[in-house]
Write a protein that binds this ligand. Structure first.
Ligand code: WQD
Length: 340
C-alpha cells in the first residue's frame, strides 16, 4: 500500500512540482489548495504529467472543519505544507493578512494532524530567515536575523511553532526546508511559475519581459559591494527543489531522521548575480532582454547563498540541473503560457 502525502498549496508553483516528484517516487498524493494564488491549470498539469487523476480538494487551511473532513476521507501519512502568502512587499503593506493566513493555517494544520495521528510534517521555509548573513555561505547554524518583512517573520515563527510542537510531542517529526531562490519550470512546460499580477521575483519578470508582457526589466541596483555591483543569490531549480521534498518525506517515513526536528538549506551552493542571470538567460535563449538599472529595492539583502553540505551528507540530495537548463525551462514555460 503506497504511503499518502497531503500537499497543501499543491496547485502552486513549488507544490505542483513536488506533487509530480512524489508521484514519480511511488507516493500517493492529495492536493489541498484554496486557489488564492494559483488556478486549476497547476492541478491539470500535474495530472497530465503523472498520468494520474491526483485528488484535489479546494479548501482553505484555516477551515478546520474542511481540514478534518480531508483527514477523515484520506489516510494521510505525511504532510508537506506550502500553503501561504509569499509576497514580501505585500506583507509589509498588509501584515495582518500574512500573520492570520500563514500562522493560523499552519497551527490549524498541526492541530488536525495531531488529532488524526499524522506525525510527519515538512514545512516550506526560506533563506529569508537569515536576512543578510554576517558570514557566507549560510549554514543551518547561521543565526537567523530579525525578519525584515512580516512574510519573513511568518517563516521564522512557523519554524519555531513546528520546533516547539515536536518538542512537546512524543511522536511528531518535522523538517523545515529553507529554500533559497526557486526558479525554472518542469521540462514538459506543463507546469511552472505563474504569479498573479506584476511579478515580485526576478525570473518571472524576466520571462514576461522577454514575452512582451512587461515593457522593461528594472534591475534594482548595481552599486552593491559585489563583483559586478548587482545582488548575489542562490538560484535553485524548482525540480531539484521538489526532489528535496521527496527525500525529506522519505527520511521521516523511513525513520532515518537523526532528530525529530531538523532543518536543511536547499540551494545550489553557488552565488549568481542579477547581471549574470540576465546575461545567461539571453545567451541560452538567444534573445536580447530590454532592461535598465534603477535604484536599490528597499529590504533587499546584498548577498546570500547556501552551504549545502548538510543536505548532501544527511539527505543525500544535491542540486543537479544547470542554470542554463533552468533558464531555458523558464522561457519554454513562458512561451507556452503566452502561446508564443
Ligand atoms: C532576486 C534579486 C532583486 C526583481 C524573495 C523572498 C524569498 C523567496 C523568493 C518568495 C534581488 C533582483 C528582482 C526585479 C530585480 N520567497 N530583482 N528586478 O528578494 O531574493 O527573495 O523571493 O517567493 O523568501 O525573500 O527574490 O527574485 O525578488 O529578487 O533586479 O524586477 O533580483 O533586487 O537582488 P528575493 P527576487
Amino acid at each position: 500500500m503506497s504511503k499518502c502525502v497531503l500537499v497543501t498549496g499543491g496547485a502552486g508553483y513549488i507544490g505542483s512540482h513536488t506533487t509530480v516528484e512524489l508521484t514519480a517516487a511511488g507516493y500517493d498524493v492529495v492536493i489541498a489548495d484554496n486557489l488564492s494564488n494559483s488556478d486549476m491549470s497547476g492541478v491539470e498539469g500535474v495530472r497530465t504529467i503523472t498520468g494520474k487523476n491526483i485528488p484535489f480538494i479546494e479548501l482553505n487551511c484555516l477551515d478546520r472543519a474542511a481540514m478534518e473532513k480531508l483527514f477523515e476521507d484520506y489516510k494521510i501519512d505525511a504532510v508537506i505544507h506550502f500553503a501561504a502568502f509569499k509576497a514580501v512587499g505585500e506583507s509589509v503593506a498588509e501584515p495582518l493578512k500574512y500573520y492570520s493566513n500563514n500562522i493560523e493555517s499552519f497551527v490549524t494544520l498541526l492541530q488536525v494532524a495531531e488529532k488524526y495521528g499524522v506525525n510527519n510534517i515538512v514545512f516550506s521555509s526560506s533563506a529569508t530567515v537569515y536576512g543578510q548573513p554576517d558570514v557566507l555561505p549560510a549554514t543551518e547554524q547561521t543565526p537567523r536575523k530579525p525578519a525584515t518583512s512580516p512574510y519573513g517573520n511568518t517563516k521564522q515563527m512557523c519554524e519555531d511553532i513546528l520546533r516547539d510542537t515536536v518538542a512537546a510531542s512524543q511522536s511528531l517529526k518535522g523538517i523545515a526546508l529553507r529554500y533559497f531562490n526557486p526558479i525554472g519550470a518542469h521540462p514538459s512546460a506543463l507546469i511552472g511559475e505563474l504569479p498573479k499580477g506584476v511579478p515580485n521575483n526576478l525570473v518571472p519578470f524576466i520571462t514576461q519581459t522577454a514575452a512582451g508582457v512587461r515593457e522593461c526589466l528594472s534591475i534594482f541596483g548595481d552599486d552593491y559591494n559585489t563583483p559586478d555591483g548587482s545582488c548575489l543569490r542562490d538560484y535553485i531549480d524548482v525540480v531539484d527543489l521538489a526532489k528535496a521534498h521527496v527525500t525529506a518525506v522519505s527520511r521521516m517515513l523511513d525513520d532515518k531522521n537523526k532528530e525529530r526536528y531538523e532543518i536543511f538549506n536547499i540551494g545550489t551552493g553557488r552565488a549568481v548575480s542579477v547581471f549574470e542571470l540576465v546575461n545567461t538567460f539571453e545567451k541560452v535563449n538567444n534573445l536580447k532582454l530590454n532592461y535598465k538599472v534603477v535604484g536599490r529595492r528597499p529590504g533587499d539583502v546584498e548577498s546570500v547563498w547556501a552551504d549545502t553540505t548538510l543536505a548532501e551528507t544527511e539527505l543525500g540530495w544535491k542540486a543537479e540541473r544547470s542554470l542554463d537548463d533552468t533558464l531555458k525551462s523558464a522561457w519554454e514555460w513562458e512561451k507556452r503560457v503566452r502561446g508564443l
